[in-house]
Design a protein around this ligand. Sequence first.
Ligand code: AMP
Length: 450
Amino acid sequence: MSFSSFKLHPQIAAGVKALGYQIPTPIQIQAIPPVLSGKDVMGLAQTGTGKTAAFVLPILQHLLPGTCGKVRSLIIAPTRELAEQIHVSIGKLGRNTHLTSCTIYGGVSVNPQVLKLRAGVDIVVACPGRLLDHINQGTINLANLEVLVLDEADRMFDMGFLPDIRRIIKQLPRKRQTLMFSATMADSIRKLTDEVLNNPVTVKVGHTAPAGTVSHALYPVAQHLKTGLLMELLKQTDTESILIFTRTKHRAKRIGQELQKAGYKAASLQGNLSQNKRQDALDGFRNGSYQILVATDIAARGIDVLSISHVINYDMPDTTDAYTHRIGRTGRAAKTGDAFTFVSPEDEPQVKSIERVLNGKIERRLLNGFDYTKPAPARDIEFARSPRPPQRPGNKPKPKQTGVHTDGGRKSGADSARPVHNGAFGCKAAKSASSERQPNRNRTSKSPMR
Ligand code: AMP
């Protein structure tokens, strides 16, 4: 099957071609036709499957003939990084069209967003909190909305955004097309589907398991030996770009520093960095000037780098979903990748859950030549123990702990809106804040903008 079978407008097909997409991915094959025909769609697809283009292409096709400058499509995403990523995809795929998009999220000044909305925009990519603020302040007009997308709905649910989503949906025209994407079909998501989708077509790619293009290995190791093992593993492994995940911001910073000391071109990406440094780390990782990026989960959803050859979980993620999303950074769109996870004895319950999702045992590896017998230091020094106790099954991870940037931070910066026809992403990507919000806060309807 080729993209030509979707009969996309030549201006949109040109965007697909410019991105070098030759054949549609399975989620695109399944989702694009029903979305193009105007149906509501529930897409069960994890990150890395090409799901963004699966909804962006039909949206562009749908909006192209209409009147420009009114918000006709709204895409809601859980994190600023994901919102920016979608916005950039719209820019690339729609580069030859006259359609415009902008992002809306907290942690950055509201005024540029108000100005962009006032100037007129066709597609808004928003995080729930700030969007609700705009709705309450009357600075966004959604009366002309035709297509709503809820992306990573399971994540939004986990992060406590469901009440916000319900409030937002109440403000939208009833007659609209609604698309929902989620990596999992938990009961909560099924319920939301029943509430907001009208007679949907369900499309499913794989299921909740991580991308099949990734091979997985566990490295059992004591906490105090993890950094040594990492260094040895890097020495012995043929790698391109490597993304290393830690559980805390402090660990990400310290391991980034250790790697730099050891001579690696490495950077860390975590919520305590200034915005400039975050951008520098991301840009440097994208353009190859950093080979290694050490990150908290903040990076799990916002990094779109096709050549990540290895994801290394220095610390075991809290949930199987977090595992899926972390390792979804490698093996993207038909490439292959390796996911290495360091496991300590306390991680065993989590290993079992991941193996259940993968439907098989993950290979345990010992690294040849590495001294596993080195005793733990007498004193309880840095990294000699787990940063915090593992989550019990059923406990939801708290957003504040995941390091994911939701939309309520307080630092300054600017989001972006630009015409997508010239291919120039005039605005800088992801000017998100370093502080993190608790999304479950209560709101009053005329609260000041966050
Ligand atoms: P997503 O799951 O939307 O985050 O997409 C994952 C990656 O796959 C992104 O880098 C996309 O640019 C890329 N991609 C999406 N569709 C295709 C395609 N049909 N062929 C090749 N790459 C694609």
